[in-house]
Write a new protein. Sequence first.
Length: 363
Amino acid sequence: MTFNAAATYLPPVDENRELIASLLASTVSHSAKARDGLVAVHYRARPSADPGYLITRSYVGLALFTPDLELIYRLPEPVVAPAENKEGADYLGVEDPRITRVGDKFVMVYCGSGLDEVGAWRGALCTAESKDLVHWTKHGPIDLRFAKGSANGKFDNSYFDNLGTTTGTVRHVNNKDGAIFSHAASGWHYLLHRPMTGNISKWAIHLARSRSLRGEWKDLGPIARAKPHAAYADAWLGCGAVPLDLGDGRFLEIYHSGHRAADGSRLYTLGALLLNLNHVDPTAPDATVEARLDHFMIPETRWEIEGPYADSVGNVLFTCGAFERDGDINILYGGGDTFVMAAKIAKADLLAALLPVKPGVMV
């Protein structure tokens, strides 16, 4: 299965020519197809069986496409693999990569699936860096701190109650859906993430910041929560694609909404947030959200609705990457936890459909 793919668009400009040539060097003379640039797609791959492990492990593969998403070449081996030792944070898998270009390097944030002290599943946001999108250096779990009482009382202190901690900071909470913004603002780097403690319907998109890409990162609290769905018992939000830079500190975030019914069936849809880093307030992080649109993409085709394998989840759209080209937003997403798929929407139409959010109201 291949799904949940990051997307890095390399337009045909001088700063990308050497990188594009390097990526195409191992292909069979397809350089003419890349005259309009190249899209590097880092996808999550999972074998049909992986005996001997707690879960079926995931790897990250790489395929090269034209900007119109015509396949040029798919590398035969993974570019990021799970750790070989049980103590590794990603021993059970390298999941859901999201890749941000920061200066002259690429930073991948992924969920490392591992084992805790008693052999149960543990999820940690991990990073890896690369200069060429092929060779990656892992840096392990990020140093992310959660502070009790942050966000002016809006912080969900059940994090600390669940962990038996009442003071200070907590360095590990099971976490997924991490993505770094491409530009720093006022000397701060920003990160979207989705902690996993408490009732699943409390899971929300959080904002964290750091003076350095290596951390430490400090969680500022939630910026957006899920709205209830009449047909489902639980609802939650998570970061999707790496936020797309709109200029002047504003970013477009394509996120996912998750829903779970009483019988365990699920629904994942895609929505959009308009974020403004000029409005970051550590005491009210949700002030970063200017506008929101829920469910602008829903499962419709058989590849999205059906989950054909034992590890698949049907009725799912899940994005880890998007890019802008010629006035369109191109979204790569996992369909049914099984396929890498793509959709395109006019940027102007999507921005026009976003609904302004009332200041001071958690969305």
